[in-house]
Design a protein around this ligand. Structure first.
Ligand SMILES: Nc1ncnc2c1ncn2[C@@H]1O[C@H](COP(=O)(O)OP(=O)(O)OP(=O)(O)O)[C@@H](O)[C@H]1O
Ligand SMILES: [Mg+2]
Length: 326
């Protein structure tokens, strides 16, 4: 049985719409008109225990709305939702005991309390026993290094320090599922690394299921085997990151040849040849021709001084999927 299950899940919001300009604004006093926004539309999703999935899509795609429904904060407009056998909205409190959440833009810690007091409170709330608590804090500290500011009130922490605490807080009670909504937003490379290491460790060692929403392709590349892409509330891709990349991106062979002006190639699978700063770039479809076959054919006719195969650019792939759909 899947740990997270959504079937034909919908969430719409009714918002006031006013015509454009001043006229519309004035008119809206007399007659209010509504507009329906379909934030999540007919979503079907199953996530198994222990998975780490990347939930991606452009701004306004419906990612946070999904997470809010899964955590029980929002009630779906229609459809079925089940998390660990429970309806999250109807069993909000019970659900909360088994999940962890980080909303990158908000804090779940107590602003004026020192970090350690916030954690003591969380220990009480989630009923973590003393021994497990000490063990976990120590273990978390190894990766997140939170003891550096253990005595500081939360409000005095930098963004990166705060986020390290948020992560520790979300995993403190070893929940079954942790939802991370943009946990690396605005962080420097070093802190991102730490946070990614921590998430990976929790997923691998404690088998905690993670649903990760992010605009940072590096997070996805580093952590997620499976991704779900949302576009205007609809799921447009669900599968392996590799498959998506293979389907959407061409490989590139960049080389330095003698007399590049004479270079010409007519081979099936080669889509484009262009001159770049790095040398001649041959764009090819690796489902049609392998790099080695292509190389063999080129070497038969030209003198190649140097070459390299460029990995597909994941960011480019995702952009393409957002723009063009599947
Ligand atoms: N409480 C609300 N009332 C009205 N509309 C809302 C509400 N919450 C979200 N929406 C709308 O629903 C749509 C989806 O929003 P959502 O926050 O889920 O997007 P997102 O994928 O998380 O985007 P982002 O990447 O910018 O965080 C948007 O059009 C948004 O304006
Ligand atoms: Mg969001």
């Amino acid at each position: 049985m899947s740990l997270i299950k959504a079937k034909n899940l919908n969430k719409s919001f009714r918002i006031y719409s006013q015509g454009s300009g001043i006229k519309g604004y004035l008119k809206s006093f007399v007659k209010r008109e509504y507009e329906e926004i379909h934030a999540v539309e007919d979503l079907n999703l199953e996530i198994e225990e222990g998975e780490m999935i990347g939930y991606i899509g452009s701004n306004g795609a419906g990612k946070s709305t999904t997470v809010k429904m899964l955590t029980g904060i929002l009630e779906p407009s229609s459809g079925l939702i089940e998390v660990d056998g429970r309806n999250p909205h109807k069993n909000r409190k019970k659900n909360a005991m088994h999940i962890g959440v980080v909303f990158g833009q908000k804090t779940q810690l107590w602003w004026d309390l020192p970090v350690k007091e916030s954690f003591k409170l969380l220990r009480e709330i989630y009923e973590v026993d003393e021994e497990a608590y000490s063990e976990r804090i120590e273990e978390f500290d190894e990766v997140l290094q939170i003891s550096e500011f253990w005595e500081q009130p939360v409000r005095k922490l930098s963004l990166g320090q705060k986020m390290r605490c948020e992560l520790a807080a979300a995993f403190l009670h070893h929940p079954k599922i942790v939802y991370l909504d943009e946990p690396t937003i605005g962080l420097d490379v070093a802190v991102k690394e730490r946070i990614r290491d921590f998430i990976r460790k929790m997923n691998e060692e404690k088998n905690i299921t993670v649903m990760l929403t992010t605009h940072d392709i590096g997070d996805i590349e580093d952590l997620c085997d499976r991704i779900v892409v949302l576009d205007k509330g609809k799921k447009i891709y669900d599968g392996a990151l590799d498959d998506l990349v293979n389907r959407f991106s061409s490989r590139r062979l960049v080389m330095e040849v003698k007399r590049p002006e004479e270079f010409e190639i007519e081979v099936k699978g080669v889509n484009e040849v262009k001159n770049t700063d790095e040398g001649l770039e041959v764009v090819f479809d690796r489902t049609v021709i392998t790099a080695s076959e292509l190389m063999r054919q080129i070497l038969a006719e030209y003198e190649v001084l140097d070459f390299q195969i460029k990995e597909p650019d994941i960011e480019e792939v995702v952009k393409k999927v957002y723009n063009e759909g599947i």
